[in-house]
Design a protein around this ligand. Structure first.
Ligand code: NDP
Ligand code: MG
Length: 386
């Protein structure tokens, strides 16, 4: 029996790599749902090749184009958010890979869990915004959440066979991004072109900027709390510029397990889709003698304030991380449009946290309202700044 996969965000960095994994293992996986937001041409190309049962193009503007291009095939074509949430619920789907970027992942993930589908979670923003809600629903509907993020996949792999053994702490590795070792004077004038040059990973624009500000590691600290049920004091971050050790777990006897390999997202993607089995692959192998020194250093929380902010909201709980996520999404978008500087990103987040009302036990509609109010406030702040 093939495993039927819905890829939400099939045209992105994770989505296209997931399709490479599916293409390499046609007897194991089938891509039955593909969705994209803007990139109609690539979505059409993917649909013609993989012949999913359903596709969704988010932006209505492209609907006619996709519909007519796919009319010779037995593929249903939809547009809009209602379609995005209902395609994950059908019998055509076993596992939903959430590979879209940002807050938009939240609602489809909720629907997928309620429909009893396992989640291969790349969209970390969903757990950052509403980790308590999502992990609670997963428990209630007896659904597994398999991490795709490389650090969390590493932790997950280290935990295999450790049932019943307590985690003393986890150590998330961070590459440090393109501005590792730089000070605030330097960062004040960096451009988006510089920030988009990640040393080790090729990823979508939003997560690449998040890696440059260390917000990505901050989001991952919050993601780890929810995935593995940890306290802030149990989550360490260490900068490891070579990105070979993908993360580590320390147990109560002091033993540390690490998962290692050359950076390649296809590995955590296929592990999440086929857990607990490991699929044979021909990806390049890591060779110790090519890396005579693997180095580790403390993150600079004074310069890269977003990581410090993430730890603060982790302790605070409630809707605080939702505020941070929304302000960060608006700030990153503005930075990518050359509207604000690199250091303004943290300022916007800090000001949003101070302004938007804190709710200690938010409901789903509180998250929706927090997200909207924060986006409005952060956008207004940017208008004032420019
Ligand atoms: P990309 O920007 O490359 O791709 C994003 C995908 O989401 C595209 O298919 C895009 O469609 C779609 N999309 C964009 N906006 C919306 C929306 N509002 N509603 C629905 N779909 C939308 O991102 P990545 O692949 O880099 O990242 C995806 C997620 O995975 C993020 O949450 C990221 O943090 C996480 N992740 C990524 C890693 C990586 O290596 N790239 C590593 C670990 C985690 P279109 O292109 O058609 O506009
Ligand atoms: Mg990661």
């Amino acid at each position: 029996m093939k495993k039927n996969i819905a890829i939400l965000g099939s045209t992105g960095s994770i989505g296209t790599q997931a399709l490479e994994v599916i293409e390499a293992n046609p007897e194991i996986f089938s891509a039955t749902v593909l969705t994209a937001q803007e990139n109609a041409d690539l979505l059409i190309e993917q649909a013609v090749k993989f012949l999913p049962k359903e596709v969704v193009i988010g932006n209505e503007k492209h609907f006619d184009k996709v519909k007519s291009a796919l009319s010779p095939f037995d593929i249903k074509v939809y547009t809009g958010i209602e379609a995005l949430v209902s395609v994950v619920e059908t019998d055509n789907v076993d596992t939903v890979l959430t590979a879209m970027v940002g807050y938009a992942g939240l609602l489809p993930t909720i629907h997928a869990i309620k429909a009893g589908k396992d989640i291969a979670l790349a969209n970390k923003e969903t757990l950052v915004v509403a980790g308590e809600l999502i992990t609670g629903l997963a428990k209630q509907y007896d659904v597994n959440i398999y991490p795709v993020d490389s650090e969390h996949s590493a932790i997950f792999q280290c935990l295999v066979g450790e049932e019943g053994n307590k985690i003393e702490k986890i150590i998330l590795t961070a590459s440090g991004g393109p501005f590792r070792g730089k000070d605030r004077t330097y960062l004040a004038n960096v451009t988006k072109e510089q920030a988009l040059k990640h040393p080790n990973w090729s990823m979508g624009a939003k997560i690449t900027i998040d890696s440059a500000t260390l917000m990505n590691k901050g989001l991952e600290v919050i993601e780890a709390k929810w995935l593995f049920g940890l306290e802030a004091s149990q989550i360490d971050v260490i900068v490891h510029p070579q990105s070979i050790v993908h993360s580590l777990v320390q147990f109560e006897d002091g033993s540390i397990k690490a998962q290692m390999g050359l950076p390649d997202m296809k590995l955590p993607i296929q592990y999440a889709l086929r857990y607990p089995a490991r699929l044979k692959s021909a990806y390049p192998r890591f060779n110790f003698t090519d890396y005579p020194s693997l180095t580790f250093e403390k993150p600079d929380l004074d310069t890269f304030r977003n990581l410090a902010i993430a730890y603060e909201v982790l302790d605070k709980g409630g809707n605080a991380a939702c505020i941070v996520n929304a302000a960060n999404e608006i700030a990153v978008e503005a930075f990518l449009r050359d509207k604000i500087g690199f250091l303004d990103i943290s300022d916007l987040i800090i000001e949003s946290l101070a302004k938007i009302s804190y709710i200690s036990t938010p409901t789903y509609s509180d998250y929706v309202q927090t997200n909207e109010a924060t986006r409005r406030f952060a956008s207004e702040l940017i208008q004032v700044k420019v």
